[in-house]
Design a binder for this molecule. Structure first.
Ligand code: A3P
Length: 317
């Protein structure tokens, strides 16, 4: 059947070659600035294509995140909540599929027509709010955003980025300086968070804004809140049966990071040719690991930038 997805994808080079270029974090791909945010060309092609082609499903839930803020955790939680009557934990898809594959990305698989016909109304994206496809904004689908302390998100990014270096790894200091300038894939970090924060203040029924640290501290409260918001509330019977607790345990860092599929599995990449390890998404899973990496001066510098950028918004880390 001829549809949007069976048409060949244009390469969008005419758009990309006109864009400002930024330091690429020692990757072999440039970063380009498009609508105020930085992308490599494969990411950007996905974003532009998604803006032109993506159509949400009826009752879609879209998980939106800045990278390294808990995307995989949120994917596992939302997927387990949504499919809890379809699967039990002994034969669950997350036992054999990494969360990043289990829930597709709009700008990768969806925009390219891969896995476009989804079984469940759940997908995800790193696209900033202001660049989301209009089809999402104008639909009645729900958006869940998760953000994280920028110092921890940065440290996690630095490890992640160094899986893809071209000639040599990027030093922590150089990566930090670029992060503080806002030059980072899908960055600036603060604009990404702020846009979703403001949109969720305006439309709290459409956008749920979550923080990694809050879920860590009180998982039961936030998992119930997430289920309510998604339209899959837990019944009294389910709560009495410990269903919330089971989902939290199943999606915990300890459980997921110890599954064989997440220890030795491989994922496809748009950044490098070939595959990269699924374990890239399961490093430490802790709050505050930045203290083991950043000097006091570095932490103060980023804190000051974030304070200034978020000033008056009500959003705090
Ligand atoms: P660290 O590098 O600080 O350990 P993303 O999924 O957005 O790429 O984010 C990855 C970060 O989330 C990594 O942080 C990773 O360890 C952490 N993470 C992955 N699964 C998690 C889970 N189930 N619970 C808590 N944190 C998790």
């Amino acid at each position: 059947v001829e549809d949007e997805y069976s048409k060949p994808q244009p390469d969008y080079d005419d758009i990309i070659t006109t864009l400002p270029v930024g330091d690429s974090w020692n990757w072999s791909l440039n970063l380009y600035k498009y609508q105020g945010f930085w992308y490599t060309s494969p990411h950007l092609k996905g974003v532009i294509s998604a803006r032109q082609r993506f159509k949400p499903l009826d009752k879609d839930v879209i998980l939106c995140t800045y990278p390294k803020s808990g995307t995989n955790w949120l994917k596992a939680l939302a997927f387990s909540i949504m499919t809890r009557t379809n699967f039990d934990f002994s034969s669950h898809p997350l036992l054999t599929t990494p969360p990043s594959t289990c829930v597709s990305y709009i700008e990768f698989e969806q925009a390219q027509g891969i896995n476009a016909r989804r079984e469940f109304p759940l997908t995800s994206t790193h696209i900033p709010y202001s660049s989301l496809p209009v089809s999402i904004i104008s639909s009645d689908c729900k958006i869940v955003y998760i953000c994280r302390d920028p110092k921890d998100a940065f440290v996690s990014w630095w490890y992640h980025a160094n899986y893809f270096y071209d000639k040599e790894p990027i030093s922590l200091e150089k990566a930090f300086d670029l992060f503080c300038q806002g030059i980072v894939l899908f960055g600036p970090f603060w604009d990404h968070c702020l846009e979703y924060w403001e949109a969720s203040s305006e439309r709290p029924d459409k956008i749920l804004f979550l923080k990694y640290e809050d879920i860590k501290r009180d998982p039961s409260y936030y998992v119930e809140k997430l289920a309510d918001f998604m339209g899959y509330p837990f019944s009294l019977q389910e709560k009495a049966d410990g269903c919330v607790k089971k989902i939290i345990e199943f999606c915990s860092f300890e459980t997921l990071s110890n599954l064989e599929v997440n220890k030795s599995g491989k994922l496809g990449s748009v950044i490098v040719d070939g595959e990269y390890p699924a374990k890239i998404f399961f490093r430490k899973g802790k709050i505050g690991d930045w203290v083991n990496h950043l000097t006091v001066d570095m932490a103060n510098r980023l804190d000051r930038i974030i304070e200034e950028k978020l000033n008056g918004s009500g959003l705090k880390f």
